[in-house]
Structure formats: structure tokens, C-alpha cells
Write a protein of this length. Structure first.
Length: 163
């Protein structure tokens, strides 16, 4: 996060951040493709003549699995969000919400691999898993201000983040 962050104002929170438009479109199109493809394969398995050979049940099960995966991707995309409060950051997904309280965080790192960086919040407890967030959301001044209160471990020591 280059430059000095804006001042932190606890009254500016909570704030909700959704996936960027491009990420959302890609995930929705991919999920819909899996649902439609799974449905088409299932329809073919149902129409398949009994004497034609092959594993009709296996094909049907694979089709249902593809469609279920696509449906889960669609729901996850529509539900995904990052919520910042004055005290914590939360990553909401399909089956889980991961939360890191401000007092648990020792510092932050930015891991760049590919086009979208990952924010890694290292915990004070050395045995705790770091909070990892793919920065596929549109950040604003309030997001930058919130992060600006967390020590920048990249600036302190440029070592790679824990996996």
C-alpha cells in the first residue's frame, strides 16, 4: 500500500466490500457453465439407450456433481464479501466466515503472485494461522486507513509470508 494511508476513523465502519465486477462475471459465467453442462450431460445419460453399453449411472453421477459444483460456485460468488468493522476484518464465503480481530494481528504482508495480490495478516500468536485474503475486492480510503493502522511487515523485513 504505497504512500501514507488516510487517517483511521472508527466511525467510518462497518464497511462491506464485494468481489470486483470482472471477478464476479468470471465466477458467475463459470458456475453457470458447470450447471448447464452438468444438466446437458445428465439429460444425455437419461436418454442413453440401455443396450448401448457404458456406465449410465456413473455418467449421471458425474453430471450431478458438475452441476452441484457450478451451483456452489454461483452461491459462493453471490454471498462472498469482506466486512471491516473498527475492531475486526471478516471474510464471508459459502460455508465459512473467517474473522481476525485487530488485537490478534501482529502485522500485514502483501504477497504478489499473479495479477491479484493476497493480503496476509500475521497473528500475534505464533501458532495461529495467518488470515489470508485475495484482494479481488475494490478497496477504498477506509480500507486503506484500516490497514494503515496494522504494522507493515514487508517494510520492516522483506521476507516471504508463511504458507
Amino acid at each position: 500500500m504505497p504512500g501514507a494511508p488516510p487517517p483511521f476513523d472508527p466511525g467510518a465502519y462497518p464497511r462491506t466490500y464485494r468481489l470486483r465486477k470482472g471477478w464476479r462475471i468470471l465466477a458467475i459465467a463459470t458456475g453457470a457453465g458447470f450447471v448447464v453442462g452438468g444438466g446437458e450431460i445428465l439429460a444425455a445419460a437419461i436418454r442413453w439407450r440401455a443396450g448401448a453399453g457404458g456406465d449410465r449411472l456413473g455418467l449421471g453421477a458425474a453430471a450431478v456433481a458438475l452441476a452441484a459444483f457450478g451451483g456452489a460456485l454461483l452461491v459462493d460468488t453471490l454471498r462472498s464479501r469482506v466486512v471491516l468493522t473498527a475492531e475486526a476484518i471478516e471474510d464471508h464465503g459459502l460455508h465459512r466466515t473467517i474473522r481476525a480481530r485487530r488485537e490478534e494481528i501482529a502485522g500485514r504482508r502483501l504477497v504478489r503472485s499473479g495479477r491479484t495480490p493476497t493480503l496476509v495478516l500475521e497473528k500475534r500468536d505464533p501458532g495461529a494461522r495467518p488470515f489470508r485474503l485475495l484482494l479481488a475486492v475494490n478497496v477504498d480510503a477506509a480500507f486503506e486507513a484500516w490497514l494503515g493502522t496494522i504494522p507493515d511487515l514487508d517494510a520492516a523485513s522483506p521476507r516471504p509470508a508463511r504458507r
